[in-house]
Design a protein around this ligand. Structure first.
Ligand code: CUA
Length: 347
């Protein structure tokens, strides 16, 4: 499944993404859109790009030959005034022609097959070097859980990875599992799609060599909110990544001014689905909120992480993300304000 997805991502999505990307092209990374397969910044995406361009060039040549011959025939052999009604000479059976139109396409398909197989092998056979970061990705309806077992970090929807210097690569290897239905992990500028399937562990890797934020999206229809199962990958220089890891490992500050908000959190159904370290909440059904405010978005990219949007989200997630599995909490105004004030301290 994964192999087909690589190929389909390369061949099927490339032309669409090319148009989306054209007007943003420039030499500065910041001018380039954070998504789209034509501005690869990671080896697997580069490899797929190369195959995509190769396939497009070959098919473009085939198109020009066929369209050229067709146009020539339409013009050259059109009906002219004064033609008699006789049929032109009919040709039946020509071994050389039949041989040519069987052999040439077979050879073309065979070459495309070999090139694609070589790319799949290059991408999948990469070994995990000692300095690689390992992330366990768990897809849920409709959000992404990221666990860094060696670093003791758990977060959601926004994957932080270190910049990988081609001379001294520090790639990130992702092991992907699903908690419910089939999903697909796709960040076009970093790698092809990898399906995330229940009761199966797939793996993939990225080695981003340009810092920045790259947008991704679940690539397999997985229910109502598939389209808002967004993700972002934040690629940062090693020192910044280490700082992020250190901050994520800290327990959240205990702020005396938000004690009541914390009580609201601990006394409602929030605790069944969410974890906040240092509280009684250790649910795994929803995202870990220990460092909620370190994330730019809420609802898996459905809204920005602002106090106003948090209020709307907690009151009724369906307003932002219809079909979201988190129930509407319908708290009173004071409880809601206190709860959001507490959440806003979770840096
Ligand atoms: Cu998850 Cu589509």
């Amino acid at each position: 499944m994964k192999r087909w997805c690589l190929t389909i991502a390369a061949v099927g999505c490339a032309p669409v993404a090319a148009f989306a990307n054209d007007w943003g092209m420039g030499d500065s990374n910041s001018k380039i859109p954070p998504s789209g397969v034509f501005n690869a910044v990671s080896t697997p995406a580069h490899e797929i790009n190369t195959v995509a361009f190769f396939v497009i060039s070959i098919t473009a040549v085939i198109f020009l030959i066929v369209a050229g011959l067709l146009s020539y025939s339409i013009v050259r052999f059109r009906t002219r005034p004064g033609d008699d009604d006789r049929e032109p000479p009919q040709v039946y059976g020509s071994n050389p022609i039949e041989f040519a139109w069987t052999t040439v396409p077979v050879l073309i398909v065979f070459v495309l097959f070999l090139i694609t197989a070589r790319t799949i092998y290059t991408v999948q056979a990469a070994t995990r070097p000692a300095g690689a970061i390992s992330v366990h990705v768990i897809a849920h309806q409709w959000w992404w859980e990221f666990r860094y077992p060696a670093l003791g970090v758990v977060t959601a929807n926004e994957l932080h990875v270190p910049l990988s210097d081609p001379k001294n690569p520090t790639p990130t290897f992702l092991d992907l599992e699903s908690a419910d239905v089939a999903h697909s992990f796709w960040v076009p500028r970093l790698a092809g799609k990898t399906d995330v399937i229940p009761n199966r562990e797939n793996s993939m890797w990225i080695d981003p060599h340009v810092a920045g934020t790259y947008l991704g999206q679940c690539g397999e229809y997985c229910g109502t909110e598939h389209a808002l199962m967004l993700l972002r990958v934040i690629v940062e220089p090693r020192a910044d990544f280490d700082k992020w890891v250190a901050a994520q490992k800290q327990p959240p500050d205990v702020d005396a001014s938000v004690v009541y908000g914390r009580q609201v959190f601990e006394s409602t159904a929030c605790v069944n689905c969410h974890t906040i370290q240092g509280t009684s909440a250790n649910g795994r059904f929803g995202p870990d909120l220990t460092h909620l405010m370190a994330r730019e978005t809420i609802g898996s990219g459905a809204a920005m992480n602002t106090p106003d949007d948090l209020k709307v989200w907690v009151t009724d997630p369906n307003v932002i993300k219809p079909g979201a599995l988190m129930p509407a909490m319908n708290l009173g105004d004071k409880d809601l304000d206190d709860l959001v004030a507490y959440l806003a301290t979770l840096h």
